[in-house]
Design a binder for this molecule. Structure first.
Ligand SMILES: Nc1nc2c(ncn2[C@@H]2O[C@H](COP(=O)(O)OP(=O)(O)OP(=O)(O)O)[C@@H](O)[C@H]2O)c(=O)[nH]1
Ligand SMILES: [Mg+2]
Length: 503
């Protein structure tokens, strides 16, 4: 068990592509955890899909023993998080397992939409935040300007911001020193009843469901009888370990430590992210507060291309859901496609990634229907209902009103591209709410927009009208009445079936 005062748990957070995973590479290298021979770029992006696309999808935790300059031995638990807005749920869960965050900002770019969104999440978790200015090896890096942006835009003191190059390693030893000096050690009573929060889980064909936990109070040892709070089921802690960066067995964990647990959990629903692990006897009376349920916003139907693969698809969805609780699925049938599932996602990229993971990790061959958002329908009899599938929309005569979701969107863009952004938002039925200069060169534009308008091609259009220099963040704010109609597109066979037209 590690000495509590020498533990530092931190997440690396940033806007997409600002260099989180590359910084994690250098930390693994400087602490000697990954040798010259083993090292590869973005070591912690373990999925092929992540490596091919060059983005992090899953947060990854690493346990790093670190000997500081003064000879003191520390234990660092680093969590590399994804930057894309669709994977924000990964970030918020990771933050719950840590006391501090490294806020990485690309010094050639500056503060972007997810920089702000993620730092607010970290502050919500009462984190100590260390600003890190990355990519100082590039000639276009402007450390002073970006410091000013962070101070003015976020209100974080940047006097002690750490300039680094995650590529060359410049500044990384100083950053490690700052981590142990400036981030707090975890609190928690080793003699109290065990309370450990499950913040990730996945399916292993040999071990069943495996969970990743962070101990808040008490100790957990291999062989202990444990109880899962929400599932209210007992298991034996068969194997405990941590990723360092590959899995290693560890006998005992105390407060502040992060590890994985294999307990032969065959009932996948038992290994619920957000649940608390305690001891079967003398366990804690209360659970650690879990996570807010996330609400999927974009829906599509997923059908196996061979109808006989339906059960296999159900099985695959059950397993994948263990690793990604942020998508939803329920059975549905379609006249044209047979038996399948209506699935909900946090955004379009999320939808694409889940579909691709089902195809790759579970060898499914899928047909996906066009994505849509959730509408609210007020019936003429006064009832209202949510409709996530156009085919469930009642006849026009039975609809008193239709409501569609609206988002509040913040777009960060250099001044010279503002005109194009305003034009795009107006075309997409946007209502301008605010526009101000974050710094002399960067403008923040706030719009309210129908969510359906941004689900399709908004992001691509935004990128092309700003040459890739804009970033955006959005949240659903409310539902508003809209002039919407259901449009049925009938192909000949369907028309014949409906109206009985003879050839
Ligand atoms: N020149 C230079 N390039 C860097 C530096 N740090 C990262 N990069 C490059 O920036 C790109 C993005 O780096 P990643 O580490 O994948 O970024 P990330 O923040 O993990 O991205 P997501 O996980 O997708 O949000 C890669 O091409 C890196 O090689 C740096 O210090 N200097
Ligand atoms: Mg990454």
């Amino acid at each position: 068990m590690a000495k509590q005062e020498n533990i530092r748990n931190f997440s690396i957070i940033a806007h997409i592509d600002h260099g989180k995973s590359t910084l994690a590479d250098r930390i693994l290298e400087y602490t000697g955890l990954v040798s010259e021979r083993e090292k590869r770029d973005q070591y912690l992006d373990r999925m092929d899909l992540e490596r091919e696309r060059g983005i992090t999808i899953k947060a990854q935790t690493v346990r790093i023993p670190y000997k500081a300059a003064d000879g003191k031995e520390y234990l660092l638990n680093l969590i590399d998080t994804p930057g894309h807005v669709d994977f924000n749920y990964e970030v918020s869960r990771s933050l719950a397992a840590c006391e501090g965050s490294l806020l990485v900002v690309d010094a050639t770019q500056g503060v972007e939409a997810q920089t702000l969104a993620n730092v607010y999440l970290a502050l919500d978790h009462h984190h100590e935040v260390v600003p890190v200015l990355n990519k100082v090896d590039l000639a276009s890096a402007d450390v002073d300007r970006v410091k000013e942006e962070i101070e003015e835009g976020i209100g974080l003191d940047c006097e002690q911001a750490m300039p680094v190059s995650a590529k060359t390693g410049v500044g990384v030893p100083e950053l490690l020193q700052a981590i142990v000096e400036r981030l707090p050690c975890p609190e928690g009573d080793p003699n109290a009843p065990l309370k450990a929060l499950i913040f990730d889980s996945w399916y292993d064909p040999y071990q069943g469901a495996v969970v990743l936990f962070r101990v808040f109070d008490g100790k957990i040892r291999t062989g202990d009888r444990i109880r899962l709070f929400a599932a209210d089921r007992e298991y034996e802690a068969l194997r405990l370990g941590a990723f360092s960066p590959e899995p290693v067995d560890i006998e005992e964990f105390g407060p502040g430590e992060v590890g994985f647990l294999c307990a032969g959990i065959k009932e996948l629903a038992d290994a619920k992210v957000g649940d608390t692990i305690t001891h079967a006897e003398g366990g804690a009376a209360e659970a650690v507060p879990g996570f807010k349920e996330v609400k999927p916003m974009v829906f599509c139907g997923l059908y196996p291309s061979e109808s006989s693969d339906y059960d296999q698809l159900k099985f695959a969805l059950d397993k994948l859901h263990l690793n990604d609780a942020s998508f939803s699925y329920e059975a549905e049938t379609s006249q044209a496609l047979g038996f399948g599932f209506r699935c909900g996602f946090l955004g379009l990229l999320h939808m694409e990634i889940v579909q691709e993971r089902l195809e790759r990790e579970f060898q499914m061959d899928l047909i996906a229907t066009a994505p849509s958002v959730v509408y609210k329908v007020e019936h003429t009899d006064g009832k209202t209902e949510d409709v996530d599938n156009p085919s469930k929309l009642p006849d026009q005569g039975k609809i008193a009103a239709l409501f569609e979701p609206y988002v509040r969107m913040e777009i960060y863009v250099p001044g010279e591209f503002v005109g194009g952004v305003l034009k795009l938002c107006e075309e997409k039925r946007g209502i301008q709410k605010d526009m101000h200069y974050l710094t002399a060169r960067r403008v923040v534009v706030t719009y309210e927009l129908p969510f359906a308008e941004i689900v399709y091609d908004f992001f691509d259009k935004l990128k092309s009208c700003t040459r890739g220099y804009a970033s955006m963040d959005y949240e659903i704010i409310d539902y508003r009445t809209s002039d919407l109609v259901r449009l049925d597109i009938m192909i000949r066979a369907a028309i014949e079936k409906t109206y009985g037209i003879m050839r």
